[in-house]
Design a protein around this ligand. Structure first.
Ligand code: SAH
Length: 215
């Protein structure tokens, strides 16, 4: 697969749509404009890859909708060199968006097949600094904690204590919480005040499951 002028044109239209839907952060829009989303998908989706929707990536999982990626990224309020832990690497697309806007990215995935697929994408698209681990995200990534920001990209039945414990003071966790549908939740570790919770919009994610799934 190549990245042609036609793909770039489709990408520009996607960025315009995201702007119309309320995404304002130009660095995030630029990242989405730069990353060839069709590379993360099967060839059969080459013509539709830049529609603002989720697509299957195998293993019963999906690449998040671009609007959701932009929305979650905006909530993180990334400053250059922030350390960010992503739970649910999936295709690797969201991790590339985070790297593109200057975050130091750590990402964990429970599914071995997807973990290796995403690692291949980081190499192919030249993001050598994204660190990817095959782990159960309920436990976070203790050896690199604490993080400035933590992002969960799967539907969480509850907020795992381990993730709160791995947040720096002043840092925040973005996590969709709920069963059939989820409330996007931002929990900020406020100095002297503890964890402050904000509940935002409704989304639908694939489930946050326990344990590792080997090939
Ligand atoms: N961020 C991804 C979208 C991921 S979909 C992207 O940009 O493509 C959610 C992912 O979370 C799936 O790949 C799923 O396997 C993974 N997941 C679910 N439970 C998990 C857990 N306990 N630990 C790590 N990853 C998990």
């Amino acid at each position: 697969m190549n990245d042609s002028y036609r793909h770039k044109g489709m990408r520009r239209r996607l960025v315009d749509q995201l702007r119309e839907k309320g995404i304002q952060d130009e660095t995030i829009l630029q990242a989405i404009g730069n990353i060839p989303r069709h590379f993360f998908l099967d060839r059969v989706f080459e013509e539709t890859a830049y529609e603002d929707r989720a697509f299957p990536i195998g293993q019963n999982q999906t690449i998040s909708q671009p609007y959701t990626v932009a929305y979650q990224t905006a909530l993180l309020n990334i400053k250059k060199r922030d350390s960010v832990l992503e739970i649910g690497t999936g295709s690797g697309y969201q991790a590339c968006v985070l790297a593109e806007i200057g975050a130091r990215v750590f990402t964990v995935e429970r599914n071995e097949h997807l973990h290796f697929f995403a690692k291949g994408m980081f190499e192919k698209l030249d993001y050598p600094r994204i660190r990817a681990y095959l782990r159960d995200g309920y436990k976070g990534l203790a050896e690199f904690a604490p993080f400035d920001k933590i992002l969960v990209t799967a539907a969480a039945p509850y907020v795992p204590d381990a993730l709160l414990a791995q947040l720096k003071s002043g840092g925040s966790l973005i996590i969709p919480v709920g069963k059939e549908q989820q409330i996007m939740t931002r929990i900020t570790n406020v100095e002297g005040k503890g964890f402050v919770r904000e509940e935002l919009d409704i989304f639908r994610f694939v489930p946050f499951l326990k344990g590792i799934q080997k090939k």
